[in-house]
Design a protein around this ligand. Structure first.
Ligand SMILES: *[C@@H]1O[C@H](CO)[C@@H](O)[C@H](O)[C@H]1NC(C)=O
Ligand SMILES: *[C@@H]1O[C@H](CO)[C@@H](O)[C@H](O)[C@H]1NC(C)=O
Length: 322
């Protein structure tokens, strides 16, 4: 054997085999590292995509407005509202989206709870909201829907609104940024039927130390700043008061709000009206705690005297003509 190994030819042959083996081993490993290289090459386009996404994010870092429209059975007004708002807001370069929060349960209309529900659905993507009546159209381009950094901004100011002129009025159209809406726990959920929920919201803002800003030095007045497209004779407002509603809804509600609004989002529909950008319709079914707010349904109430009084008042008002 020793003689065999001492043969230099055999030694060289063995060395060659060894080198060949090692080389093929290296080659065998190489494709793996090449694959890794490919991974890197593939990695760069995804880096590019990430960069593009980041630039979009920077662009969309601009404030985004969610227009929340509490809604029930007002389709004719919606047909006018959406194209008008699109035309109006495009001039101001506002990034906005219109959300119709459509109440589909059988309880009385609850504007505040619909706004709470709408807010919860859009808060991730929008950093301010407009609580917006569907029947109030802004007509003067001096009314700005910009991000309300200082505090809530009441566009439908009592000096400009066609009907409501008391100084604490915050209904109609109100802009609120996301942080401040959360800070005051949104709106009270106790207001079933028409009215007063905005007055309670004013007290929430005031108690939180938030000042309501309003348009100043506007060139128009109460008759020509807004167009009120509500037909009061065709669509009667639900002024009924039953159970102890009148008493309870006059008080500040320190309990209910954004945190406990109870609803089901039944459906989301994208919709375009007359060629305007898509709007979103949330079908919302509200829950009512009948121990807490039995007046969400007045049909079983014995105490309907309140309603009769309201009816007489309404009749008188319409006799005076408006
Ligand atoms: C409105 O007009 C008053 C008086 O001319 C002025 O002092 C005030 O700064 C104006 N406000 C705005 C927001 O332009
Ligand atoms: C309804 O409201 C009452 C009174 O506030 C409360 O005690 C009760 O827990 C509520 N019920 C439900 C199901 O939330």
């Amino acid at each position: 054997m020793k003689a065999f190994w001492k043969n230099s030819k055999v030694r060289y042959l063995f060395l060659c085999i060894l080198i060949t083996f090692v080389t093929s081993c290296i080659i065998g490993i190489t494709p793996i590292s090449l694959d890794e290289c490919k991974c890197d090459i593939q990695g760069s386009p995804s880096k590019l995509i990430r960069q593009v996404q980041r630039t979009n994010q920077i662009k969309s870092g601009k404030h985004r407005l969610a227009i929340l429209v509490p809604f029930r059975d007002r389709f004719d007004e919606l047909l006018i509202f959406v194209p008008h708002m699109h035309k109006f807001l495009s001039k101001q370069n506002i990034r906005y989206h219109i959300f119709i929060v459509n109440q589909i349960d059988n309880y009385r209309f609850n504007r505040a709870s619909l706004i709470n529900a709408g807010f919860l659905e859009v808060q991730k993507e929008f950093d301010y909201i407009a609580m917006h009546d569907v029947d109030l159209l802004p007509m003067n381009d001096e009314l700005l829907y910009h991000y309300p950094a200082q505090g809530p901004y009441h566009i439908a100011s009592p000096e400009l609104h066609p009907r409501y002129h008391y100084p604490t009025f915050v209904g109609g159209i109100l802009l609120v940024n996301r942080e401040q809406f959360v800070q005051v726990n949104g709106m009270s959920n106790k207001y079933w039927g028409w009215g007063l929920e905005d007055d309670e919201f004013y007290v929430r803002l005031k108690e939180a130390g938030l000042n309501v800003g309003r348009p100043e030095n506007v060139s128009t007045g109460t008759h020509n700043t807004f167009k009120h497209i509500h037909d009061r004779n065709r669509k009667k407002r639900d002024m009924t008061k039953c159970y102890n509603q009148r008493e309870v809804t006059r008080r500040r509600d320190r309990r209910t709000g954004l945190k406990d609004v109870s609803y089901e989002l039944v459906d989301i529909t994208e919709l375009t009206i007359a060629g305007t950008p898509t709007i979103t319709v949330f079908k919302v079914s509200l829950d009512c705690n009948k121990t807490d707010t039995p007046w969400c349904d007045c049909t079983k109430s014995d105490d309907m005297k309140g309603e009769k009084v309201e009816d007489k008042k309404k009749n008188k008002k319409s006799q005076h003509g408006s």
